[in-house]
Design a protein around this ligand. Structure first.
Ligand SMILES: C[S@@+](CC[C@H](N)C(=O)[O-])C[C@H]1O[C@@H](n2cnc3c(N)ncnc32)[C@H](O)[C@@H]1O
Length: 313
């Protein structure tokens, strides 16, 4: 466990600005072309792995999946293939991405893509279902209303946040919202770039860029990113806040937080968690399809941090 980082107002301000610059690569249509070209080339494998890792670690068939920052809906599409009975909810503030995601998911059994940032989500108190109270909280959308009740009706078994957390105005406030949507036993998985610790590490990341605009895009993402310790401390704070918010509604909740870098899903090779993941046929198939940890994939895998939060009660 790292010690609690203390920030000055200037540092916090700088973070908000860095997140806003990093976010502009997805919201501004011209810049979006650069980020999409890069991500379509470099993150396809990571998305497939996210699906396999989440399903293995959840350990049960998810009934409802929430993808915060769903982009053009590729992750949700993979989930629709693997768990066709799950309800899918995507959220993204980039209008172009939302349209693409809606089109991509048009044939999914139950998919709702909201044009909203995590900041626009509100968690509603538990809703009455049948004779009892729904244990989980539900998400409704503030502002541009379409059909929030579709979301309000249920609980979320799996929240995924893929390469997106550091783009939020208030990442750990957003995490509280996401945690409040989890059903007991539910799982939140966030994967994000980890802040490089040296110039060599920055260069090691920028080698993925094929032209100057892409280099600028990646540099902006790195400037906004967190260290593993910052993420761990921020997540612990978010968990405490979520527990308090749920307690205010009479719901007793508990969460377990794990954060790590490298290995398999952030778990050191040889650890029980990594061995369990490796024992899963789907996880192995994805990894084998990635060239069994080719040099490039291994370098990329070292540049991300994995955050797992399970609602244990
Ligand atoms: C690197 S892309 C990842 C997209 C998708 N998760 C994937 O893996 O394909 C980051 C996405 O986060 C979205 N995003 C940016 N700010 C956000 C916010 N405040 N709330 C939710 N999503 C956000 C962007 O619009 C963009 O689509």
């Amino acid at each position: 466990m790292g010690s609690s980082p203390s920030f000055t107002v200037e540092q916090l301000d700088a973070r908000v600005q860095a997140a806003s610059r990093a976010r502009s690569w997805f919201v501004d249509p011209d810049r979006r072309r650069v980020s999409s070209e890069h991500d379509d080339r470099e993150t396809v494998g990571s998305r497939e792995l996210v699906v396999a890792l989440c399903l293995q670690r959840l350990g049960r068939e998810p009934r409802r999946i929430l993808d915060v920052g769903c982009g053009a809906g590729e992750l949700l599409e993979s989930f629709a293939r693997c768990v066709p009975d799950a309800d899918l909810i995507g959220v993204d503030p980039a209008g172009e991405a939302v349209l693409a995601a809606r089109e991509r998911l048009a044939s999914a059994r139950a998919a709702l893509v909201l044009h909203a940032g995590v900041e626009d989500l509100v968690v509603e108190p538990a809703v009455a279902i049948g004779s009892g109270l729904a244990v989980g909280a539900a998400v409704a959308r503030r502002g541009i209303a379409s059909d929030p009740e579709t979301v309000v009706a249920g609980q979320v078994d799996l929240v995924v946040i893929h390469l997106c957390l550091a783009l939020w105005q208030d990442p750990f406030g957003g995490l509280v919202t996401a945690l409040e949507t989890l059903a007991p036993g539910g799982l939140l998985y966030a994967v994000d770039l980890v802040r490089p610790e040296s110039v060599a590490a920055v260069n090691d990341y920028l080698w993925l860029a094929t032209h100057d605009d892409e280099r600028e895009y990646l540099a902006d993402q790195l400037i906004a990113s967190f260290t593993v310790d910052e993420l761990r401390v921020g997540a612990a704070g978010a968990v405490a806040e979520a527990i308090e918010a749920l307690a205010g509604r009479g719901v007793v909740a508990g969460f377990e937080v794990e954060a790590g870098r490298g290995g398999l899903g952030g778990f050191a090779m040889g650890s029980i968690d990594a061995r369990r993941l490796w024992a899963d046929g789907d996880v192995r198939t994805v990894i084998q399809s990635l060239g069994e940890f080719s040099d490039a994939e291994r370098r990329k895998a070292d540049q991300v941090v994995h955050l797992w939060i399970r609602r244990v009660r």
